[in-house]
Ligand binder design. Structure first.
Ligand code: SF4
Length: 304
């Protein structure tokens, strides 16, 4: 079965097309905030796989203001894509973990005031959001919340030191969707101790929630993390190591996912100097082609 746009599944462009006319480009913004799982508010040391510099683009590494980061990002993308409009993406660490709501709102409003920026996406933990903040956020022209959920299994969340439960994910999603704010969930496939059946059970749990998008990636072992030590010591072994096998799992995930939920991506690629494993060196679109091939095989084997 194909989506109305002729694709094999609903993707992030389909999701954005439901909200904006024309192409939108995300620009990452680093607010310089920490994370409650690192600064002692909830825990220390963070999630075992986390090294935040592996997913913060260079253009927001040392820029002091939101405006400056967005202007740099606009310049970076303008060379590639003229006439682009933008979404400010508050991605690094926990982008709602600040002293007070007024401080946060001033930063989000600053982003909205930059020419060409038409909305903001805030990435955070499910336990770092409140009804009060969401009530303020829904007054902005366009906002989306992206929560790090990772797995629906509490035993896994504990093992990787997330310091939150699946129930907190459910609560944050409902609190947000009840206010008409779209919600995306970030999920990691191949977390320690999880079988493919466990990962598909996470998808089943996501299907029960008012979620608009999911963003998946394979577990990556990043230099300098607790996970790297545990893998090095043989305490944990990676279950997703082969790109073809992971593509086959992603095909099953697509078949299982509620069709109105858009998939933003299946893989992540940390910079080569930081990544220990798995090293696939595949571009996003190359991996998407692998999933498409696997999905067509799956559907031809089971036409119903
Ligand atoms: S993955 Fe997110 S929640 Fe976990 S330590 Fe890193 S910034 Fe904090």
């Amino acid at each position: 079965m194909k989506t109305p746009t002729g694709k094999l599944w609903r993707d992030y462009c389909d999701f954005l097309a439901g909200h904006f006319d024309g192409k939108m480009q995300k620009i990452s913004v680093n607010l310089g905030l920490s994370c409650p799982n690192r600064d002692g508010t909830l825990g220390r040391g963070g999630c075992i796989y986390c090294n935040n510099s592996s997913f913060s683009p260079a253009y927001c590494a040392s820029s002091p203001s939101v405006t400056e980061q967005l202007e740099k990002g606009k310049l970076f993308f303008a060379r590639k894509y003229p006439n682009m409009r933008f979404l400010a993406y508050f991605q690094a660490y926990t982008s709602t973990h600040a002293r007070d709501i007024d401080t946060l709102m001033a930063l989000y409003e600053e982003a909205m005031s930059v020419e060409g920026v038409e909305g903001i996406i805030i990435s955070t933990r499910p336990d770092c959001v409140s009804a009060e903040l969401l009530d303020r956020l829904r007054t902005l022209p366009w906002v989306m919340m992206e929560y790090g959920a990772e797995s629906a299994h509490d035993r896994t969340l504990e093992l990787v030191n997330r310091c939150h439960s699946w129930r907190q994910v459910e609560e944050a999603v409902r609190l947000t969707a009840d206010r008409g704010i779209p919600v995306g969930l970030h999920l990691i496939m191949g977390l320690p101790g999880e079988t493919p059946g466990d990962m598909l059970a996470t998808i089943d749990a996501v299907n029960l929630l008012p979620v608009s998008t999911v963003k998946l990636h394979q577990l990556q072992v990043i230099r300098g993390t607790r996970l790297a030590e545990q893998v090095g010591e043989g305490e944990i072994s990676l279950t997703i190591t082969d790109a073809e096998e992971y593509a086959a799992l992603c095909a099953h995930i697509v078949e299982r996912l509620r069709p109105d939920i858009a998939v933003e991506r299946f893989v992540a690629q940390a910079p080569p100097q930081m990544l220990l494993a798995p090293s696939w060196r595949l571009k996003n679109y190359e991996f998407v082609h692998l999933v498409e091939r696997r999905l067509l095989l799956l559907r031809s084997a089971c036409p119903h």
